[in-house]
Design a protein. Structure first.
Length: 290
């Protein structure tokens, strides 16, 4: 009776925590008005959800490395989302053990007391780590799309420079000519660099470091040569754009071939099952006659 009460209470607390985390209360009016001005530290802490405060109290923010910050930046997410979602997934994984024990207890099956504990200890970190792996997979896909968009951006820069525009003008015009998240990030970086008074290639270099896109660092190094030899830089940018397109096509072709090979596995298993289904009666008949 006590075991059922403890397991039911644990499952209820996990369900309540998940409900309040997925449906947070709206921010108060005072905090919303403070967002129009400089936010104080107390107001910022008050706006954080319970899961984020719990994650920060556990020191989870120290686990966010620069690589993960780059993944968050390119996927348009922040550390608060990662900490909250990872903690929620971990809590759901920790509640798997009590839920499993409660199901078996309701069915009249007695489990060793250590088995739900082991399941919770194993499932909790795995569920939290799965959130990070999902973020890395999405960031990798975003970087591939960014590299493909960067090749089109380089072609536009080359066309603008061939039309007689300077380096800064060609970069700005090419960034304003496209749409999508990659061109928006390029426009934001160039506008921010112009307001801060830094060179556009330095702004692109900073963008590449923040997003983890190595192609932008190479692009910034090539554009630095535009002041000395514009024609050679145009040829270099055109070659770089072609290399990016060819690499993207090669990666797409390799991914398609990999998917094709994986699709052949179910077909082979289906054929083997069909052969077994046809040959089984004959084998049974031969063995019974012997």
């Amino acid at each position: 009776m006590i075991l059922a009460l403890v397991l039911g209470l644990s499952a209820g607390l996990c369900a309540a925590g998940a409900f309040y985390a997925l449906a947070p209360s709206p921010p108060p009016l005072r905090s919303a008005l403070l967002d129009l001005h400089r936010r104080s530290r107390r107001a910022a802490l008050a706006d954080r959800g319970p899961l984020l405060r719990l994650a920060e109290s556990l020191g989870a923010r120290r686990l966010v490395r620069p690589g993960i910050r780059a993944d968050l930046a390119i996927t348009d997410r922040d550390e608060s989302w990662l900490l909250s979602s990872a903690l929620l997934s971990g809590l759901c994984g920790l509640g798997l053990g009590p839920a499993l024990a409660l199901v078996f207890f309701s069915a009249g099956v007695a489990l060793p007391w250590g088995l739900p504990v082991v399941v919770s200890i194993v499932a909790g970190p795995i569920a939290a780590g799965a959130q990070v792996l999902s973020l890395r997979a999405e960031a990798s896909k975003r970087r591939q799309d960014f590299a493909f968009a960067l090749s089109a951006y380089l072609d536009l820069v080359v066309v603008s420079m061939a039309a007689g525009r300077g380096t800064e003008g060609a970069l700005a015009v090419a960034a304003s000519s496209g749409s999508g998240s990659a061109f928006e990030a390029l426009r934001t970086a160039l506008d921010g660099g112009r307001l801060r008074g830094i060179a556009p290639w330095d702004a692109l270099d900073e963008l590449g470091e923040s997003l983890g896109v190595q192609e932008l660092s190479g692009l910034a190094a090539s554009i630095r040569l535009a002041g000395a030899s514009g024609a050679k830089v145009r040829a270099s940018l055109a070659a770089r754009a072609k290399a990016l397109r060819e690499r993207g096509l090669a990666e797409s072709r390799a991914a398609a071939e990999s998917e094709t090979e994986r699709m052949s596995v179910p077909v082979v298993l289906l054929v083997l099952g069909f052969i077994v289904l046809i040959g089984y009666p004959a084998v049974v008949q031969i063995t019974t006659q012997l």
